[in-house]
Design a protein around this ligand. Structure first.
Ligand SMILES: [Zn+2]
Length: 306
């Protein structure tokens, strides 16, 4: 790492309100969602993904995404985004006035059939059309590919399939492509390998990583991504989350642990660790259980008995 890299800020996108909450059976009220949003904003998290436009019968937790976005309105200094998975989702996004959206498909055929009800190639084709429509409508779009680093059903995902999909996504005109390790199968080495390939193929494209900590490699993978040039990472307060279609999947890298890792190395995130841990405390109290992130407990012990 050279000196310039340490000066560069990291951009964290907290997805607890979407990727985290979608797994919870306890339905959070609009007020509770707004409360968590305010806490994350106060902590200085630059991007917050607040929900997804999925069918309320499939994910009841996300049923009030439109209302949440309307209530939040335009937020100074914080990017509010939501996830779109289909045409109906785009309609709803345009209806509630969200300015930033993530639009993603799975690269694994089996995961795509289970998650989106269609083969991966068909899903990609239709999504690139939808992304073009969203861009034409003036939305800021982040394209996303799920299961890039492996799939529990299919094992390794072909590198050519990833490169072909990133090329197709880039052809829509998006400025950022998110590579997701949906099943937590990436290793620091596979991250380095794939990120190097896609950055070489599309040097002008902004890439970001979405890393599930299923096998405990989340932070190691994040650091490998950083060393390979990635500066934007998805995280989840407390490490909340999983995937409804991947049994045993854990949440994303906990926001507070990512902040601690980068800040301890002198790499700026702009996020306040203590304030993030207050958000973790709020979630743990509301859910009545301990979340996987480490730093809240570390700070508690530092100020407590030790
Ligand atoms: Zn995820």
């Amino acid at each position: 790492m050279n000196a310039d890299q340490t000066q560069q800020a990291i951009i964290l996108e907290d997805e607890a309100l979407r990727d985290g909450f979608q797994m919870e059976t306890r339905i959070f009220s609009l007020e509770e969602k707004l409360q968590l949003f305010e806490m994350l904003k106060k902590a200085g998290i630059p991007r917050i993904q607040v929900g997804s436009f999925v069918h309320p019968k499939v994910v009841p937790q996300m049923a009030d995404t439109d209302e949440l976005i309307r209530t939040l309105g335009k937020q100074q200094g914080t990017v509010v985004s939501a996830l779109i998975l289909n045409e109906k989702g785009l309609e709803r996004a345009l209806g509630c006035g969200v300015a930033h959206v993530s639009m993603s498909v799975s690269i694994s055929d089996t995961h795509s059939r289970k998650n989106a009800g269609r083969p991966a190639a068909e899903a990609l084709e239709s999504m690139t059309g939808l992304i073009r429509a969203a861009l034409d409508a003036g939305l800021a779009v982040r394209a996303g590919l799920q299961c890039v680093f492996g799939c529990v059903y299919e094992g390794r995902i072909s590198e050519d399939a990833v490169l072909e999909a990133t090329e197709k996504m880039a052809g829509t005109g998006v400025k950022e492509i998110n590579l997701a390790d949906t099943t937590g199968m990436a290793t620091p080495e596979s991250i380095r390998h794939m990120v190097t390939k896609v950055r070489k193929q599309l040097p002008e494209m902004g890439f970001s990583l979405h890393l599930h900590d299923t096998r405990g490699l989340g932070l190691a993978n994040m650091y490998s991504g950083y060393q390979t040039g990635i500066r934007t990472f998805d995280v989840c307060t407390g490490g909340l989350g999983g995937c409804p279609f991947v049994k045993g999947a854990a949440g994303n890298v906990p926001t507070e642990d990512a902040v601690n890792m980068f800040e301890s190395m002198g790499i700026r995130t702009g996020v306040d660790l203590g304030a993030t841990c207050e958000a973790v405390a709020f979630l743990e109290k509301t859910l009545g259980r301990t979340l996987p992130g480490r730093m809240k407990r570390v700070l508690e012990h530092q100020s407590g008995c030790c």
